[in-house]
Ligand binder design. Structure first.
Ligand SMILES: [Zn+2]
Length: 292
């Protein structure tokens, strides 16, 4: 019989905590490391519905991507939203653990899953975890092919985002549809900015909120940059500066597929029963286009 700590160690080997950003809060959020575990559940967010589902399916541990508690907390009273989640978990005997930016950067990690889903072999990170490697960044060759020449250490380095090539150039319109077909479905789908008929082949991806890497994607020679949570002004200014086309997906849709990766790791290394909680935690529930 494994313990919460045994599962924690498996996850920390796969997604080393030292890779996490300074502002992040990864690791065990609640639960007793010494308690036995027979079933582990997985989700992207620990919402109240997810916490309740973890209890209902008889899990003793829930592994998520987004930390439940990020900033200073002075109360986990059960009449606050996060306190209610914590009470549900502790009363139901469920430990909670988060692997966040450490899982984004790890190889394999969240960004490798996203890259493979949209049809590229995950190459170099957009931002290597080791800043010394970033200085090895080669210039683009005549064909604008940035990732083909990357040193092997950079091509497999941990870090945020991934760069890769589609097998052949396709239009932005076609690629956007391919992304929509590949990612888990949300109410509002996927949108793109840029000329729909332009050809794209070099693809940059960054799971979750990636608007801070718009310039990086441009500097690395991407034809299109796929991320989430994009806003009007940064995208408009980026395009007018000649930057690559942009694809904006639901944050949940770009990261939820990672739950299969972490589930497979825990299952293979512990032999425990596992279950992905398939509740869609994208907050957007209605999408409307103007009726004629
Ligand atoms: Zn995220």
């Amino acid at each position: 019989m494994a313990t919460v700590n045994d599962v924690r160690e498996v996850i920390e080997r796969a997604y080393p905590p030292h890779l996490a950003e300074d502002w992040d809060a990864v690791g065990l959020i609640c639960g007793d490391p010494a308690v036995s575990v027979s079933k582990v559940a997985f989700a992207l967010d620990c919402t109240q519905a997810v916490a309740q589902r973890a209890v209902d399916i008889g899990a003793q541990m829930l592994v998520v991507h987004h930390p439940l508690l990020m900033r200073g907390v002075t109360s986990v009273a059960a009449d606050t939203p996060k306190g209610k989640v914590i009470h549900t978990l502790i009363r139901g005997g469920v430990a909670l653990m988060a692997a966040h930016t450490n899982a984004d950067k790890a190889r394999p990690g969240v960004n490798d899953v996203l890259a493979e889903l949209v049809g590229i072999a995950p190459g170099r990170p957009l931002v290597p975890a080791d800043p010394a490697l970033a200085q090895d960044t080669p210039a683009k060759d005549a064909a604008g092919d940035a990732c083909a020449q990357d040193a092997p250490a950079l091509a497999k380095a941990p870090g945020l985002g991934r760069l890769g090539q589609l097998p052949e150039a396709i239009t932005l319109r076609e690629f956007t549809q391919r992304v929509a077909n590949a990612l888990p479905e949300t109410e509002w789908g996927v949108r793109a900015a840029g000329d729909p008929d332009q050809l794209v082949r070099t693809v940059a991806v960054s799971s979750g909120s990636g608007d801070s890497f718009l310039e990086t994607a441009a500097a690395l020679g991407a034809d299109v940059y796929l991320t989430s949570d994009l806003r009007h002004h940064p995208v408009d200014e980026h395009l007018r500066a000649g930057g690559p086309a942009v694809i904006d997906t639901a944050h949940w849709a770009s990261e939820f597929p990672w739950t299969r990766q972490v589930r497979d790791i825990v299952s293979a290394q512990t032999g425990l029963e596992t279950e992905i909680i398939e509740l869609r935690t994208d907050p957007w529930t209605v999408h409307a286009k103007k009726e004629n």
